[in-house]
Design a protein around this ligand. Structure first.
Ligand code: HEM
Length: 400
């Protein structure tokens, strides 16, 4: 290697992914992140970051160099103990990760998904019909949260009373991946009560016999996992499976309200519901960031990253990288979204993505066959959040 192409240190840039301005409107900041270099260093937090699609993917696909066991948020578990016992899938590395993920994957078989389809469809139709009758709705509470709180929580088999705690828990888990800022403090305000409810819901005695939770316990019955490990794995469903889809549903409604011609295209052919959801995932990614930690000194895009360094992957920026997508800032359900990183990728790629797709397909189909137009009817507000992008409130009118 000549001195001309020797690896360089990352350029330092003044982009703060946890500032109010970035959180509420990330897109101009994403451009600075991508244009700052293949890999940059964020001045405010002293961590590396990449927002370019090519390098986000490269990191996701190289878990030996970029591990998850030191946490997938900004804090390094080796230096700062996590606020809860780490996830046995999201925050572990092989071989433990491989074993634990296999237990979850087994429960999410194609047959299991087929059996959910009818239940999801019936509930989506029932809920959407009642909302269309009302006309004006608060889409976050009435639809985006209500739907997964019913169908997904039923599928896992958690008790009906207290399910709102699941929204609070998702908030804790994903705000908890950011720095210890005001959003972190707010999300953790009721941490003990919320965590206690969730932990209790994950116990064998409190799960319904036919849900995913009890299927996880079947692994304990063969001696692969202890009961406590099964409860922790069941907890992964609950942390990762509610807030995420809720934000995706809210984002989908907003995208269609803002792009009525795309709504008409979906109405014309409701079979496009799945493709439309993939475009929502690309265009308004519910997960904006995940972090990894380097296991050794490495070079990425010609930039040297030292060992034991945090690197932020901006999934949101990668999903609108003009180096990857043509006209990335336009919402177009007819485009190819192949390769978007809204569900991550590599060995940690979202294990529940087929459930999320099924939920969104059913909601979008139910809407597309009953609603001629979705209109914003009030002041939508994005939720200030360290990791997720979605709405705090989204008043809309559904016209039959
Ligand atoms: C639209 C909704 C969803 C989005 C945007 C989403 C996004 C993601 C992303 C980006 C990752 C990768 C994390 C990483 O690389 O560190 C992930 C992992 C994960 N997701 Fe999802 N997810 C969604 C729905 C779900 C659902 C419904 C479930 C429950 C079945 C779920 C369970 C998980 C689990 C357990 C992991 C960890 C996988 C591993 O580390 O091997 N997700 N998700």
């Amino acid at each position: 290697m000549t001195s001309i192409d020797a690896p360089l240190a990352a350029p330092v840039i003044d982009v703060d992914p946890f500032s109010d301005d970035y959180i509420l409107n990330p897109y101009p900041h994403h451009a600075l992140l991508r244009d700052g270099g293949p890999v940059v260093r964020l001045k405010h937090w002293n961590v590396h970051a990449t927002g370019r699609h090519e390098f986000v993917r490269a990191v996701l696909e190289d878990p030996e160099t970029y591990c998850s066991g030191a946490g997938v948020g900004i804090s390094n578990f080796k230096q700062e103990p996590p606020w809860r016992p780490p996830s046995m899938v999201l925050e572990t590395d092989p071989p433990e990760h491989t074993r634990n993920r296999a237990v979850i994957s087994r429960t999410l078989s194609p047959a299991a998904l087929r059996s959910l389809r009818g239940r999801f469809e019936t509930e989506a139709n029932r809920l959407v019909e009642s909302l269309v009758e009302r006309g004006r709705i608060e889409a976050v509470k009435d639809l985006a949260e209500a739907f997964p709180l019913k169908v997904f929580a039923d599928a896992v088999g958690v008790p009906e009373t207290g399910r709102d705690y699941l929204i609070a828990y998702g908030n804790m888990v994903f705000n908890g991946m950011g720095p210890r800022n005001a959003l972190y403090a707010k999300a953790m305000a009721n941490a003990e009560e919320v965590s206690n409810w969730v932990w209790s819901a994950c116990q064998r005695a409190n799960l319904s016999p036919d849900g995913f939770g009890m299927q996880i316990y079947a692994a304990a019955d063969t001696g692969i996992l202890t009961d406590t490990e099964c409860a922790t794995l069941t907890r992964s469903f609950l942390s990762a499976g509610v807030d995420t889809t809720a934000n995706a549903i809210g984002n989908a409604l907003y995208c269609f309200a803002k792009n009525p011609e795309q709504w008409q295209a979906l109405r014309k052919d409701p079979n496009l519901a799945r493709a439309a959801f993939e475009e929502v995932m690309r265009y308004e990614s519910p997960f904006q960031t995940f972090f990894r930690t380097t296991t050794k000194e490495t070079v990425l895009g010609g930039i040297t990253i030292p060992a034991d360094e945090k690197i932020m992957l901006s999934l949101g920026a990668a999903n609108r990288d003009p180096r990857q997508w043509s006209d990335p800032d336009s919402f177009n359900i007819g485009r190819s979204t192949l390769g978007h990183v809204g569900f991550g990728g590599g060995i940690h790629g979202c294990v529940g993505q087929m459930i999320a797709r099924l939920e969104l397909e059913m909601v979008l189909r139910a809407l597309a066959t009953r609603v001629s137009s979705i209109e914003i009817d009030g002041e939508p507000r994005h939720q200030p959040h360290n990791t997720l992008r979605g709405f705090e409130t989204l008043p809309v009118r559904l016209l039959p």
